[in-house]
Design a protein around this ligand. Structure first.
Ligand code: SF4
Length: 472
């Protein structure tokens, strides 16, 4: 299991360079993100009034956040009325400790889990293991990553970077058999067999929540593999860890959320399983766990309310912005250093884990705006990336050498005669390296690593303009 890694500019560049050089990985990233993009586009094209629905969802998410405390209290009241026990966790450690203490109170040493970004965010598995409790991931992609001790590569497809050969190797180590990489049905059958033993043995199941519906205190889970049914239905105790922003006041408010989530994420009209859970088992509905605990996780969400970053809490974690992002599609998920990657990760990670620790991420964007265009909640990530960059400048977070270079550039660019002089000198200096419109610099002098930066044109544009009467 891996800890989150702080991400300085140098660290982001080093990790991204490894990903960019890996031709197989680049192919896998292109294939997966391209597949999701095509699915997303065709699913939304088939949905009547998709744009209006997206605006409606934004209005719901925005008005819900404006009265979040009220909706959370209603959720708590109604969940308790349905028989659930509700806990409030200020941060990830507290949420982990509450979960561990529920497990210990029931004498549980093995728990099963579904895929949940909130539990990845708080590194729940670390906390459970430290308490002597073995967590087992049961989403196939998450299980593969648990075996290989890696963080997720993508919000909705955590193991897209793994080859079938790597998966066969991991499963072979688990089963003690030599499993062939080209026999996918055999690999999945082995996974099913091994996980089934865990489903049956676990004393407690842990899930996240895609939506919490305040009017009935219900939880909505959106999954594709059927593992959530096993995790929530078989063990006697179910623990839900839900970020406080995942509230829909009513079922009517949850409807457009569900209509857009699977379409935006995977291109499905609905996920294979959409599970509604209201309270534990009771005489009228005797199936399911005898105890249901819902942990409402803050972890620096509430401090964003009322700030210029509040909008980021509207995110429904569909992953569309990753699939469209030219930086994510080259640099890959692990360059970001924590489970939230891509444009949403570039905003949310500095907010949740600290701007100093993740100073590279607001820069990891071309600001092309594709993430805003594709987002089902129309979240203005580029605006927030710029605001985070401004904070970095204000707090002088960038290395001194970079700040010095930037302020020198700003000084020169603001003075025409100085700029003309500087570009003339640079034109002379670049001569030994300039070829075919590029600078072929030695590695130690090249700020772009493997890539060759463009060289200065022989004639500046202003000179071309002066000399060319046809343009005037
Ligand atoms: S920011 Fe928008 S596109 Fe990105 S994961 Fe969140 S909801 Fe999806």
């Amino acid at each position: 299991m891996t800890a989150h890694k702080p991400t300085s500019t140098a660290q982001f560049r080093a990790r991204a360079t490894i990903a960019i050089k890996d031709i197989r990985l680049q192919g896998a990233l292109d294939g997966a993100t391209g597949h999701f993009r095509i699915g997303h586009d065709s699913a939304l094209a088939d949905l009547p009034h998709a744009h209006e629905m997206s605006r409606h969802l934004k209005a719901i998410r925005s008005s819900t956040l404006a009265r979040l405390a009220e909706h959370l209290e209603a959720f708590e009241r109604n969940a308790q009325a349905a028989g659930a026990q509700v806990h409030w966790a200020r941060d990830g450690l507290e949420a982990g400790q509450i979960t561990a203490s529920i497990a210990q109170a029931h004498g549980v040493s093995l728990v099963t889990k579904t895929k949940s970004m909130a539990t990845e965010e708080i590194q729940l598995n670390h906390t459970l293991q430290a308490a002597g409790i073995q967590p087992v991931e049961t989403d196939l992609g998450e299980w593969i990553l648990q075996l290989s001790q890696e963080p997720p590569y993508h919000i909705i497809a955590p193991a897209i970077h793994k080859t079938r050969g790597q998966v066969a190797q991991l499963f072979s180590e688990q089963t003690g058999q030599s499993l062939p990489a080209d026999d996918i049905p055999r690999l999945t059958a082995e996974a099913r067999r091994l996980l089934r033993e865990k489903f049956l043995a676990a004393g407690l199941g842990i899930t996240g929540a895609n939506i919490g519906v305040a009017e009935t205190g219900s939880i909505v889970l959106v999954t594709n593999e059927g593992n959530a049914e096993m995790v929530t239905g078989l063990p006697p105790v179910h623990v839900v860890i839900m970020g406080i922003e995942k509230i829909a006041p009513t079922w009517n408010d949850a409807a457009p959320w569900l209509a857009l989530l699977a379409r935006s994420a995977t291109g499905q009209p609905l996920s294979v399983y959409t599970t509604f859970i209201t309270g534990p088992a009771h005489p009228v509905d005797p199936d399911g766990p005898g105890e249901l605990h819902i942990i409402l996780l803050d972890n620096r969400r509430s401090v964003q309310i009322g700030t210029e970053y509040e909008e980021v809490l509207q995110c429904i974690r569909c992953g569309s912005c990753l699939n469209i992002c030219p930086v994510y599609r080259e640099a890959g998920g692990h360059a970001y250093g924590n489970p939230y990657s891509g444009p949403i990760g570039a905003v949310v990670s500095p907010l949740l884990f600290g701007l100093e620790a993740y100073e590279a991420l607001p820069q990891a964007s071309s600001l092309c705006g594709a993430c805003l265009d594709v987002c089902p909640v129309q979240i203005d990530l580029p605006r927030m990336l710029l605001a985070l960059r401004a904070e970095e400048v204000e707090a002088q977070i960038a290395p001194r050498s970079l700040r010095l270079a930037e302020s020198t550039a700003a000084y020169v660019l603001g003075r025409e005669r100085l700029m003309n002089l500087a570009t003339s000198v640079l034109r002379l200096l670049q001569r030994p390296f300039a070829r075919d419109g590029r600078l072929h610099l030695p590695d130690w002098l090249n700020p772009l690593g493997e890539r060759q930066p463009p060289s200065l044109a022989k004639k500046p544009f202003r000179k071309l303009w002066e000399d060319n009467d046809d343009w005037h």
